[in-house]
Write a protein that binds this ligand. Structure first.
Ligand code: UDP
Ligand code: MG
Length: 339
């Protein structure tokens, strides 16, 4: 299932590729999922195209797996990919993008914060203008808490400085990708891809669809501050060696400071005054210790990344994929009837 680089290879044999794949990471969404399905299905059915919905069950521990099984029975286009354990939103997105069969792939949250009504708009924009990427851009975050808006604002400000102006402001993980963009992403050996940075970095022809970020329909967020911080650190270290340079600058600055202090004390000594040095000595020592520790920490962040890239452990394990099951069943059938 995984190749040497840890990439997910789903068998596509025996399945006609749909035009559209909707990838949806789902983690403990027993309250929200039925409402999402109810709103999503008519929209996709009305499009009159072939499609699949790839529901990635990110190791849910509530009633979500049972609900997904039921949805799959009533709605054959709803495909289930189940992780063996919880691996995080970005890993679920990766699995979905790697396993989707469609010519166009739209990723969307399962809590109706991204309005599914925008999917047809994204698709027609991409088809009419021949675009490879259509970003869902949040026009209004009025329903988010002030804290979420502030932290998100800071995050996008920083990311735009790292990736450059190509990165649309306030574009999250609600977006459309063409097959070409998906294949480009799949070919990258990146281990913990942060798609909201990697996709703009591709620089493929892109458009935007503005939407209002709605309130979560039910249940609670799975993104506490710790996970948001993790995403921010991943984003920075994935994209920039600037923090390493910061270490160099801090080192140089403290060197200059030390030199200046040295000159000062020598002059004082020559003037016959001994410098009462306890506090300055101690502060200097502490300061240098701190600078060194920070630098080692920063280095560690990158070394850790190299380490995990060298280990090439898969970011997730797929325990079950309903599409694979169907392919296998179809292969078994002729053999069974020959008996
Ligand atoms: N999610 C996931 N795995 C996780 C956490 C979240 O697949 O470990 C899914 C979740 O079900 C939802 C999406 O990722 O569809 C976004 O998560 P959430 O709504 O909790 O984040 P927020 O919108 O509050 O940032
Ligand atoms: Mg949400």
């Amino acid at each position: 299932m995984f190749n040497a680089a840890g990439h997910d290879q789903a068998p596509t044999a025996g399945r006609p590729a749909p035009l559209l794949s909707v990838v949806m990471p789902i983690y403990n969404e027993q309250e929200a999922l039925p409402l999402t399905v109810e709103r999503l299905r008519p929209i996709l059915d009305e499009l009159g195209i072939t499609y699949e919905v790839v529901g990635i069950d990110d190791g849910s521990t509530d009633a979500t797996p049972a609900i997904m099984q039921k949805v799959h029975q009533d709605w054959p286009e709803f495909r289930i990919v189940r992780f063996a354990r919880n691996s995080g939103h970005q890993a679920a997105l990766t699995a979905g993008i790697h396993r989707a069969y469609g010519d166009y792939v739209v990723s969307i949250d399962a809590d109706l914060q991204d309005p599914p009504e925008k999917i047809p708009e994204m698709l027609s924009l991409a088809q009419e203008r021949g675009l490879d990427i259509v970003y869902g851009v949040r026009g209004d975050r009025g329903t988010d808490t002030v804290f979420k808006r502030r932290t998100a604002g800071a995050y996008y400000w920083l990311m735009r400085r790292l990736v450059g102006k190509k990165m649309p402001n306030q574009a999250g993980d609600f977006r459309l990708l063409s097959r070409a963009a998906v294949d480009a992403l799949k070919a990258m050996p990146e281990h913990q891809p942060v798609y909201r940075l990697l996709v703009p970095w591709l620089g493929f022809p892109s458009g935007e669809v503005v939407y209002v970020r709605e309130e979560r329909v039910a249940g609670a967020t799975h993104y506490p501050l710790s996970k948001m911080l993790r995403l921010a650190i991943d984003s920075i270290t994935n994209f920039s060696a600037a923090p390493l340079r910061l270490a160099t600058w801090l080192g140089l600055l403290s060197l200059v400071l030390c030199f200046a202090l040295g000159v000062y004390t020598t002059v004082e000594y020559a003037l016959g005054e001994t410098v009462p040095g306890w506090s300055s000595l101690f502060i200097g020592m502490l300061f240098l210790g701190a600078v060194q520790l920070v630098c080692i920490g920063l280095l560690g962040e990158y070394v850790g990344r190299i380490y995990s890239a060298a280990q090439a452990r898969p970011a997730y394990f797929v325990g079950y994929d309903s599409a694979e099951e169907e392919v296998r069943a179809a292969r078994r059938e002729p053999a069974a009837s020959a008996r």
